[in-house]
Design a protein around this ligand. Structure first.
Ligand code: PHE
Length: 497
């Protein structure tokens, strides 16, 4: 990530649709990587909780949710050492290739029906994604010289790639894993239809292979972007420290799930609040800015903690309490996972139009975060009547569609805004570290998505109105506090909107 185009120099890349050509290589490679990530994630909780009699693991929702939380936490936390390994040793391009290989092997490992290959698979995906995800995003940024006004649009196009992959994935992996037609096909080939889930996992691996092929075939077009840094004797030190830190943090997160140690979870929440206040009241202006950074960190943390329950409680709600057929067609529960990325693709142009139209009148970034949290809270409020109806029997798919629609509006107000605000608030030499903090917020949010889902229970819907209602109320309160803090944060942002 060291080599960036010389400021002001004419672009070394040819153009396509008004953007540097390699943007589209990165678009397709990351699209396929997300295909494999979300294609597998759509099945993960459902498979772990599937009864042993149907060749699942028969885990309780509590156990599966905690494993899910730790897995998704690890994936995003590993971006910090992953970024550093690319910066100091491999270069972003090589990191993407090595990462892609790990991810593909991980998903193929899960194609085998055993617990050992399952956990090995998760581990490989964690390592691979840590190497791939931060570095492919960093290369998008490097395609544009500093000050190039096309940069934000470039990131929006890239986000489209992410969501096109994420949308197609559950349809394909879910068909293979859950659809009665595919199970019948397996039976007619003389294969065990209960192993359909592993075909879904394998399909996720195929997606990553396609992404890798694209990246290897067209990667040269990136020219000097993402090439390896000049290595010195001590280049491995920083990544090694980051890796050890990540493993240490992982250990603490693992411990926080063990009996007698769950109080550690409060520290995960209280520490960033304390850090925000500490920096926010510092005497130095640059440090006060970090107070604002931690406001956004906390907002993202809380946002992802509900949002990423898409992979756990909301996935289980689809599986256990939502209609299995739409207009007479069988709909595997994992297909609902396509709703969020679908709405992103549909709403992205609307938001692009809205922000351009509002121009200088658009809400400030802390205000957008507050709006994002309020939409998320309303999405969960919508699930309260849905849960009440679920006590009587399976409910209409419209409830989940409504939830994902509202959640996605929230995502559009928060996720891209957070990313660009972090880069703008950061002192120049700290952009990489700042990206790391952004990913760490996502990592902790994802962990809590697992922790909160443990209260989903085992198949009885009578308490689910409270389950969704309490979370929604809590986030409305947080949104209120965030709103009250907007002027405090803006004073600390030093003119950055
Ligand atoms: N849908 C986004 C993605 O997969 C979610 C995300 C946001 C992940 C921020 C990490 C950090 O890229």
């Amino acid at each position: 990530m060291n080599q960036s185009p010389v400021p002001g120099a004419p672009s070394v890349h040819g153009e396509f649709l008004g953007h540097p050509r390699p943007l589209f290589t990165l678009f397709f490679a990351e699209g396929w990587e997300r295909f494999s990530y979300y294609g597998m994630r759509a099945l993960l909780t459902l498979f772990m909780t599937l009864p042993v009699a149907s060749a699942g693991f028969g885990y309780t929702v509590e156990k599966a949710s905690l494993i899910y939380g730790t897995y998704v936490f690890s994936v995003y936390m590993m971006s910090i050492p992953g970024g550093s390994i690319a910066d100091n040793i491999l270069g972003a391009r090589m990191a993407v290739i090595v990462g892609g290989l790990f991810i593909a092997c991980g998903h193929f490992s899960m194609a085998f029906p055993s617990e050992a290959t399952f956990y090995l698979g998760l581990l490989l995906v964690v390592i691979g994604t840590g190497l791939l995800k931060p570095n492919i995003s960093a290369m998008v940024g490097q395609l544009y010289a500093p000050g190039d006004t096309r940069r934000d649009a470039g990131f929006s196009i890239f986000y489209m790639g992410i969501n096109l992959g994420s949308m197609t994935a559950p349809i394909i992996t879910g068909f293979l894993a859950q659809h009665s037609r595919f199970k019948a096909m397996l039976a007619s080939w003389g294969l065990n239809p209960d192993h359909s889930w592993h075909w879904g996992f394998a399909a996720a691996g195929v997606g990553m292979v396609l992404g890798l092929v694209i990246f290897i075939l067209f990667g040269d077009g990136l020219k000097q972007v993402g090439t390896p840094p000049v290595r010195t004797a001590g280049s491995w030190q920083k990544p090694a420290v980051m890796l050890l830190g990540a493993i240490g943090l992982w250990g603490i997160v693992w411990l926080s799930d063990r009996e007698g140690f769950t109080w550690i979870r409060y520290l995960f929440i209280l520490t960033p609040i304390a850090v925000m206040l500490w920096f926010g009241y510092s005497k130095q202006e640059e440090l006060r800015r970090l107070g604002a950074v931690f406001y956004f960190f906390i907002g993202a943390f809380i946002f992802w903690a509900l949002f990423e329950q898409a992979g756990t409680s909301l996935n289980l709600f689809a599986d256990r309490f939502t209609a299995t057929h739409i207009f007479g067609f069988e709909v595997p529960s994992s297909w609902y996972q396509a709703a969020n990325p679908f709405f992103v693709v549909a709403l992205a142009p609307v938001f692009a139009f809205l922000w351009t139209r509002l121009g200088a009148k658009q809400p400030s970034s802390p205000m957008k975060f507050t709006i994002g949290l309020a939409f998320l809270a309303s999405a969960f409020t919508l699930m309260v009547p849905a849960a009440k109806l679920a006590v009587e029997g399976r409910v209409s798919p419209l409830w989940l569609f409504g939830l994902y629609f509202l959640q996605t509006i929230g995502e559009m107000c928060l996720s891209p805004v957070g990313l660009s605000t972090f880069t703008k608030l950061s002192p120049r030499h700290l952009v990489g570290a700042m990206m790391g903090i952004w990913f760490l917020g996502a990592a902790f949010g994802n962990k809590f998505a697992g922790v909160l889902s443990t209260a989903f229970g085992e198949g009885d819907a009578s308490h689910l109105d409270r389950f969704f209602g309490q979370q929604s109320l809590a986030v409305f309160i947080v949104a209120g506090i965030f709103l009250a803090l907007v002027p405090w944060v803006r004073r600390r942002m030093g003119g950055v909107l």
